[in-house]
Design a protein around this ligand. Structure first.
Ligand code: SAM
Length: 715
């Protein structure tokens, strides 16, 4: 696995650089000119720069020890001492913060001589600078430093055959030259002849020489002009030097745009748009520049004008550029520890021993591990097959963290497949209570079932309904998660087809569905829940239509909910106003996540608290007829009844249990259920050595509490 920009830490960012405008795309400019010489050390990949250190965006490499997880709790100093004392080890010291605060442990690396393996396999904590170590560790640290510098210097010395080229073949590898070196002068070199010739110059031949020079210059100028014309022909970009000239390099069909020039123009347009003084003095109007920016974004990154325009509206120009740029690089690979089966520390140990290089995803998550390198396929390790982890984008943790499910609650995951969030909910509930994991798509539900089994989530019931019909199916939940189907504009790095396949219809159809689903989610919650009464609405899209608009719609149709704090420690506030439209004040409690800010997929998370019962029509369990039909409300205002009751868990439109034919899971037969309940009760009593009939006879004889009292005593 390559290591690069994508390996930045995930989570709260460092302050943005000025404009956060990324550097030029790397282009292959061909071999370096021969005159440019580099140090031998430049040719060697520095052993410790391939992984950025915690939160530093990889700016400064630090020395750590390739690690294994220690078994017991040892002090930090002890860890460092052991690490430094390890003979022959490549000295790289790390400490651990991936473990929870109450279970802090240490990781010490076993050594590796290989400069390529300069990172600790599974560097699970911020690296510790040798220079920063506490007093008393001096000699050990010095020894460590010595070894380190030995390793460093040996890494920087080019072995003779390291490039496959000998010193006698410098032309083949110009990178081994130092810029301060003198070019070797042969005893009979041509240079020597030249200098002789210079010495022999006389007034008579100066004129001839200068004429020759002039001819050479003319020839070079002609060549350069020909090259320019050739380039302009190929790219259709006028070579007049005015980046913002009216010619449009993106518009001529069948000709590839010059990406370098496009990028230069993009940055220049953004610079002008972001600087009021430049904008006022520019010959081009703001709208001209904006439309130029849009067309250049489309040409450079491959978006449809429709989507580029939509996304550009979300950010100031410079930030929009950073957003588009971050969509070109994948997000880091992350796994979530399944705490139903293992701890993060044990999982990290096991994976490190398999050659996986990893690190905690960030202080904000106690279960995520960011993978830097892996010698094994992560979807096929014994740990994976044993359900000890799931491959899951870090952004997907956020809605579940906002939901904050409690033990023994009843939770509905309305759109659950393939189950990343369901299984996380289950783990947080420690397999207690009950989760209804629903997804309308039956084939996706297979993956949901697979994950539930693999990860050992035993408190989960899988169902496959159109979630808009909840709570007709079942209601009265303590919490509902609606991770809604969406356009995916937050995950373009993962699915670049979004750039071109989303149309205006999608941004009408999807919000319509999302609104229906959100109303159904609200109506499925028991507002009187003693522990909950919460709804989390999330999407992996960044558009306002699918987020703030949907939330605002729900607030207007369901005055019995209000927005509350998500509890998430980072994230950009949702829009309070957009394109002249004002949103609810609580919208600032919603959270937006952007790839360019957090190195996470784009995401939106909002959390509602239900404060009163839902309208009667909604209580009958069909959001389609309780506020939204064809995107238009039928009743104008929300009809909140004042009886203080939420809908009972299962009922039909007429308040009866669903009829057999309309219930895909068979009839809801309460007498049949009663039979099973009694049978389970008898078995339980028998197990405790209690005669179940004794209770019944006492009940018959007037002791109503009979067996129940006996059971309670035994408990
Ligand atoms: C964003 S994905 C859910 C991802 C899931 N929460 C997870 O973490 O693995 C959206 C899901 O909504 C489902 N879906 C779409 N329309 C639905 C509907 N009307 N009712 C229920 N589920 C629906 C899709 O099948 C899809 O699996």
């Amino acid at each position: 696995m390559g290591v690069g920009r994508r390996m930045k830490k995930q989570g709260p960012p460092l302050p943005l650089d000025e404009f956060k405008v990324p550097k030029k795309r790397k282009r292959d400019f061909g071999p370096e000119p021969r005159g440019k010489k580099r140090k031998a050390s430049e040719n060697v990949k520095p052993p410790t720069t391939s992984r950025p250190t915690n939160g530093t965006n990889g700016s400064e490499p630090k020395e750590t020890i390739k690690g294994i997880v220690g078994n017991g709790k040892i002090t930090h100093q002890e860890q460092i001492r052991q690490a430094a004392a390890k003979p022959g080890a490549r000295k790289r010291i790390v400490s651990l913060d991936y473990v929870s605060d109450d279970d802090r442990a240490e990781i010490i690396g076993s050594g590796t001589e290989s400069p390529e393996e300069g990172y600790m396999s599974g560097a699970l904590m911020d690296d510790v600078e040798l220079d920063e170590l506490p007093a008393g560790e001096g000699p050990i640290i010095e020894e460590a430093k010595e070894k380190l510098s030995e390793n460093e210097s040996s890494a920087n010395e080019l072995p003779e055959d390291s490039s496959g080229l000998s010193d006698s073949d410098p032309d083949s590898d110009p990178s081994v030259y130092d810029s301060d070196d003198q070019q070797p002068r042969g005893m009979f070199s041509e240079d020597e002849d030249d200098s002789d010739a210079e010495e022999k110059l006389t007034a008579a031949n100066i004129e001839g020489l200068s004429r020759k020079l002039a001819e050479q210059q003319d020839a070079e100028a002609a060549n350069a002009q020909a090259e320019l014309q050739d380039a302009a022909l190929q790219t259709n970009i006028a070579g007049d030097g005015d980046l913002l000239s009216d010619s449009d390099p993106t518009k001529t069909p069948h000709i590839a745009p010059d990406l370098q020039l496009l990028r230069a123009r993009l940055t220049e347009t953004i610079r002008i748009l972001s600087t009021p003084t430049l904008l006022s003095s520019s010959p081009h109007s703001r709208s001209t520049l904006l439309s130029r920016l849009t067309s250049d974004i489309c040409a450079y990154y491959g978006y449809t004008p429709f989507l580029a325009t939509k996304l550009l509206k979300l950010f100031p120009p410079a930030e929009a550029f950073a957003f588009f740029e971050s969509n070109e690089t994948p997000r880091p690979l992350v796994i979530r520890t399944n705490t139903l089966r293992t701890s993060r520390r044990d999982l990290a140990t096991a994976l490190i021993n398999r050659g996986v290089v990893l690190e905690p995803v960030g202080k904000w998550s106690k279960t995520g591990l960011q993978i830097f390198e892996s010698a094994v396929p992560l979807g096929a390790t014994p740990e994976y097959l044993a359900g000890k982890y799931i491959l899951q984008a870090a952004s997907s943790f956020l809605p579940v963290m906002a939901l904050a499910p409690q033990e023994n609650e009843r939770i509905l995951d309305m759109a659950a497949a393939p189950g990343g969030k369901t299984t996380y909910i289950s783990a947080l509930m420690k397999n207690t209570g009950c989760i209804f994991a629903n997804d309308a798509n039956k084939s996706r539900s297979k993956a949901l079932i697979g994950n539930i089994h693999r990860l050992g989530a035993r408190n989960t019931i899988v169902c496959s309904h159109d979630a808009r019909h909840f709570p007709k199916v079942i209601g009265g939940f303590d919490r509902v998660l609606l991770d809604a189907p969406c356009s995916g504009t937050g995950v373009i790095a993962k699915d670049p087809s979004v750039k071109t396949n989303k149309t205006e219809t999608d941004f009408l159809r999807l919000p319509h569905l999302q609104k229906q689903l959100l109303l159904a989610a609200i109506d499925s919650v028991d507002h009187g829940s003693r522990t909950g009464g919460y709804i989390v609405y999330s999407t992996c899209s960044v558009t306002v239509e699918e987020n703030e608009n949907v939330v605002q719609y729900a607030l207007s149709r369901r005055p019995n909910v209000k927005l509350v704090d998500t509890g998430l420690t980072f994230g950009v506030e949702g829009f309070r106003a957009f394109e002249g439209k004002m949103f609810d004040e609580g919208m600032k409690l919603t959270r937006r996540y952007y790839p360019h800010k957090y190195n996470l997929d784009g995401f939106f998370v909002s959390k509602f608290r239900k404060t009163g019962p839902s309208p009667k029509a909604a209580a009958r369990g069909d959001a389609l007829t309780s506020g939204v039909v064809g995107g238009v409300t039928t009743n104008g205002t929300a009809d909140v009844n004042g009886d203080g009751q939420d809908p009972p868990p299962i009922q039909n439109e007429d308040g009866q249990a669903p009829a057999e034919e309309s219930n895909p899971f068979g009839p809801f037969d309460s007498s049949e259920d009663e039979r099973w309940i009694q049978r389970a009760r008898r078995t339980r009593l028998k197990k405790k050595g209690i005669n179940p009939k004794a209770g019944r006879s006492r009940a018959v004889n007037g002791d109503a509490n009979g067996a129940a009292n006996q059971l309670q005593k035994n408990n």
